[in-house]
Design a protein around this ligand. Structure first.
Ligand SMILES: Nc1nc2c(ncn2[C@@H]2O[C@H](COP(=O)(O)OP(=O)(O)OP(=O)(O)O)[C@@H](O)[C@H]2O)c(=O)[nH]1
Length: 373
């Protein structure tokens, strides 16, 4: 090999080394930027800071057209925690809430790894609402301990940005960090609000009812009386949310709670059990009185429509399951008795729904034609 050839080879080698060094420096920069971003997510002290770090921070850092965060929130708990913290949901249009992921995009049907591929309007528009011009997308599952929290979604106008054969490890890692940060901020918000009160309706919450149920059963056992349980569930409540919006749904829940409240005695225990379900415990009443109470509650909810701020008249109805229990003196397991009572009332509620809704059903026996007559 001549000296000239050798020099040429050395030049070429130097060029390759320089290119490799550049690539390494770039990768390092990318890694540092990713670490900084992840740190921002982990540092977020509340949900609005986290939403900013995700939707604005990641969008700017990775120069994306759109970043959305889709959260599973079937009980509207996250939304209520946000509202209780005075966060305006409309300030975060990139944060989306859903009762179920299935139906939002076909990729969510089996969603264990990040999905990367071409943006398809018909498949992905619910995940990137009001965004046009996207060519490729990445949908990253958010999971904590086998529980799906939602999906972090990146949209790009570059069709090559997210293609099916790209490695997904980096995005999967980001998904893990984001999931951790989301769960953390939600738990922190829960902790602040973890009392015995449901802050939407002002009623007691499920925790209170569970404690009270055991006390009431113990009292009924001591006194040899029965305990009646009514499970009251709004009918087709999902439609109210879907047609009039979540805030109208909240108004309906509050109004229904107030109307039911007017029929509850001081000795009764009542709680919002979750979602659109309320539970009333009435000690020492006969089955006929329980049926009458259920009928009065049913009637009070459906008698007058609720007027929404938009002027729309909303017809509300409830279905009610009624069950009662007498606890034997030697029954030691009050927890099992509590579960039995709730399960019986739930089964009766199911029958009321099956029979056409806007009615009450008793756990044993038929509802009298005129329970209060
Ligand atoms: N606005 C609002 N919606 C809620 C809240 N909690 C739960 N939901 C919604 O309430 C709906 C409850 O629906 P389901 O109980 O499944 O069914 P439904 O539409 O009431 O139908 P039936 O019970 O079969 O009559 C879901 O869409 C929940 O997302 C809340 O606090 N506020």
């Amino acid at each position: 090999m001549s000296a000239r050839d050798l020099q040429g080879e050395i030049r070429e080698l130097r060029g390759r080394i320089a290119a490799l060094m550049d690539e390494a420096a770039n990768n390092e920069k990318l890694l540092r930027r990713s670490q900084e971003r992840e740190l921002e997510l982990l540092k977020a002290e509340n949900m609005s800071q986290l939403f900013d770090a995700i939707c604005k921070g990641l969008k700017a850092s990775y120069a994306l057209e759109s970043v959305t965060l889709l959260l599973l929130d079937p009980q509207h708990e996250i939304r209520h925690l946000l509202i209780a913290d005075n966060v305006k949901l409309e300030d975060f249009p990139q944060v989306l809430f859903t009762d179920a992921l299935a139906g939002m995009a076909p990729q969510f049907n089996s969603f264990h790894r990040p999905w990367l591929g071409p943006y398809m309007g018909c498949d992905h528009q619910l995940v990137f609402p009001n965004v046009t011009g996207l060519k490729s997308a990445a949908l990253i599952p958010l999971r904590r301990q086998d529980r799906l929290l939602g999906s972090l979604n990146f949209g790009s106008i570059d069709e090559k940005r997210f293609s099916r054969h790209l490695a997904t490890d980096f995005l999967a890692h980001l998904g893990v960090i984001a999931s951790f940060a989301i769960e953390n901020t939600i738990n922190r918000a829960r902790l602040v609000r973890s009392g015995l009160t449901d802050f939407l309706t002002g009623w007691h919450n499920r925790r209170y009812l569970n404690a009270r149920l055991k006390e009431e059963l113990a009292r009924a056992q001591r006194q040899g009386t029965s305990l009646t349980c009514l499970v009251i569930d709004l009918d087709r409540f999902k439609q109210i949310n879907d047609q009039h919006g979540h805030l109208a749904g909240d108004m309906a829940l509050r109004e229904a709670a107030q109307r039911v409240d007017a029929h509850i005695r001081g000795s009764d225990a009542a709680a919002r059990f979750g979602g659109d379900e309320f539970v009333v415990l009435a000690p020492a009443i006969a089955p006929k009185q329980a049926a009458c109470l259920a009928e009065r509650i049913r009637a009070t909810v459906c008698d007058t429509p609720l007027t929404l701020p938009s002027g729309v008249q909303l017809n509300m109805t409830v279905s009610i399951g009624v069950a009662w229990i007498t606890v034997a003196r030697d029954e030691a397991d009050l927890k099992a008795a509590a579960e039995r009572l709730l399960a019986d009332a739930d089964a009766a509620l199911y029958r009321a729904k099956q029979a056409g809704r806007n009615r009450a059903a008793l756990a044993s026996g038929e509802m009298p034609d005129k329970p209060c007559g």
